[in-house]
Design a binder for this molecule. Structure first.
Ligand SMILES: [Mg+2]
Length: 174
């Protein structure tokens, strides 16, 4: 197993909006911990109709939702209010504590909780440190990323290459 495996996502999708509530339920997930910026909306954009409609469908299907963001309290709080879900702000991802706190809010356990985000070094690695599975999505609007995030994208490149190779090998051997 690659020593980078802690950064490899358990699932991958182009966008969360491609996934129906059943996709999560069929895999045993009852609680979702959602990154905000570049996962649900463009960086620092307010909750839009796509985010509202998608989260409404999930909640109607019985899934519990919390947003977990390294962004400010004001940002996470107003976003969570628009979606009517719990939040953890200034989460310090990839530290595991924020994930644990969000999971407590959801009332779920490690097996029934899925983390979702767009970054390998914070969302995926942090979820794994907390013992959670993680779904990686493509960044919605990478052009609007902060310089600090762009540096992390450069660091992601060799990991994405290694992940691609590991996936190919798995497919070959199965
Ligand atoms: Mg993000």
């Amino acid at each position: 197993m690659s020593r980078l495996a802690a950064f490899f996502p358990d699932y991958q999708a182009a966008s969360v909006y491609d996934l129906a509530p059943e996709w999560f339920r069929e895999r045993g997930f009852r609680g979702l911990i959602l990154d905000i910026d570049n996962t649900l909306v463009s960086p620092n954009a307010p909750a839009d109709e796509a985010a509202r409609a998608w989260t409404r469908r999930l909640k109607e299907a019985g899934l519990a939702l919390a947003v977990l963001s390294n962004n400010s309290r004001q940002r996470a709080e107003s976003f969570a209010a628009a979606l009517d879900c719990s939040f953890v702000a200034e989460a310090g991802k990839p530290r595991p504590e924020g994930f644990m706190r969000a999971m407590e809010m959801l009332g779920t356990d490690r097996q029934s909780t899925l983390a979702i985000g767009d970054q390998l070094l914070t969302d995926v690695y942090g979820a794994h440190r907390a013992g959670l599975k993680c779904l990686l999505v493509d960044a919605l609007d990478p052009a609007r990323e902060q310089p600090f995030v762009r540096v992390k994208r450069l660091l992601e490149k060799p990991i994405r290459r290694a992940y691609g190779k590991a996936k190919q090998n798995k497919e070959k051997n199965s």
